[in-house]
Design a protein around this ligand. Structure first.
Ligand SMILES: Nc1ncnc2c1ncn2[C@@H]1O[C@H](COP(=O)(O)OP(=O)(O)OP(=O)(O)O)[C@@H](O)[C@H]1O
Length: 353
């Protein structure tokens, strides 16, 4: 559990943010300049709030009222910056041993660092350097990790390479992770809790599935980025058609290619713009997935678009359509409609473990 409340004037900028988050990955999401790094720095002890309280799993790191302000090194937070910041004149092995932790072998195995140990940072790709930086943060035996846009310097293939390692970190190393990001797809892959920041304040906090599927949060996430998060179960892989069949609570979804392991859960992001609504059960369509859904909310944006919240069994979906379509369909809460999801629309980077 992370508890954060921090106020600080930084020139013209006022940080005045508070949130609480349970175990798991807490994503600090917002536009550039929203104050994400400043808030993360307050947690790490790199920025001292004028007032506030910061506690991790019950340990108070900062409390202005009680004059508690643990120095950085006593906070035991592993911080991974945007640029990996490795020591250039040390091999990977020596970069890692800097923190001096005992179960180094486990960290090396988990992050796939074995083949890199004798290399110098100049001979690493961006993705490899990020993995080493993560490994180094873990070796310091932290009680929490802060990852500040660890993927922002990487191109799409390198991001795709490192995301599974971050998922593994989330699922096996039971440390609270504060993950700073302005990418909705990264947040959807990794976050347990989503904290949306704007102009130094927290606008919204909640479980990632709930916030991401909320039509009212669409303007905060950005209309292009909006989409719901669903956890499906992998049913089978059809080698002949190269499709993976997933079971959702409201039906089945076919994904192109092979994804996940049969019988195991798989987390997916379905972008709002890839969901089409129909009043009748569609037939003769090339899209392979159609689900019976109930409209839960219709939220008009400032532009021509409307965000529609949908209950699909116990899952939530989000659709974005034009105001004109929503009006002509007469969409209203409680209405039963059909959602059509184009299988190829679910991008591989939006499919996680
Ligand atoms: N020491 C400082 N003095 C004055 N202004 C500052 C200081 N530190 C940060 N700021 C300002 O505070 C605002 C928030 O910065 P911050 O880096 O926390 O945002 P961010 O959401 O992490 O942005 P990005 O995604 O670009 O890293 C910015 O406008 C920044 O210029």
């Amino acid at each position: 559990m992370i508890e954060v409340r921090a106020q600080k004037q930084l020139g013209e900028f006022r940080l005045d943010a508070a949130f609480e988050a349970p175990a798991g990955v807490t994503a600090l999401f917002g536009r550039s300049g929203a104050g994400k790094t400043s808030l993360a720095n307050a947690v790490a002890g790199l920025l001292r709030p004028e007032a506030g309280r910061i506690a991790v799993d019950g340990t108070v790191l900062f409390d202005s009222a009680r004059r508690i302000d643990l120095p950085v090194r006593h906070r035991r937070i592993g911080y991974v910056f945007q640029d990996a910041r490795l020591f250039p004149h040390r091999t990977v092995a020596r970069n890692l041993s800097y923190g001096g932790r005992h179960d180094a072998a486990r960290v090396i195995e988990m992050l796939g660092l074995g083949p890199l140990l004798d290399r110098y940072p100049a001979a690493l790709s961006g993705g490899e350097a990020s993995r080493v930086a993560l490994g180094r943060a873990l070796m310091s035996d932290p009680v929490m990790l802060i990852l500040d846009e660890p993927l922002s310097a990487l191109d799409a293939p390198r991001k795709a390479e490192i995301l599974p390692y971050l998922e593994r970190l989330r699922d096996t190393v039971r440390l609270p992770i504060l993950y700073v990001s302005h990418s909705a797809s990264e947040v959807a892959r990794l976050a347990t809790t989503l904290v949306i920041m704007e102009a130094g304040r927290v606008l919204r906090v909640g479980p990632a599935e709930e916030v991401m599927a909320d039509p009212a949060a669409v303007p905060l996430l950005g209309v292009q980025e909006a989409g719901s998060l669903i956890t499906a179960r992998v049913e089978a892989y059809d080698a002949e058609d190269d499709l993976t069949e997933l079971a959702l609570s409201a039906g089945r979804l076919l994904l192109p290619g092979r994804a996940g392991v049969p019988g195991q859960p798989l987390r997916l992001r379905i972008a709002a713009q890839d969901v089409i609504l129909s009043l009748e059960e569609p037939s003769g369509l090339s899209a392979l997935t159609r689900l019976p859904v109930t409209v839960t909310r219709v939220e008009e944006g400032r532009g021509p678009g409307v965000a529609v919240g949908l209950a699909a069994g116990t899952d939530r979906l989000l659709a974005r359509l034009t105001r004109r379509s929503a009006r002509s369909m007469g969409l209203a809460p409680g209405q039963q409609v059909w959602a059509i999801v184009k299988a190829t629309a679910v991008a591989p980077q939006d499919v996680g473990g």
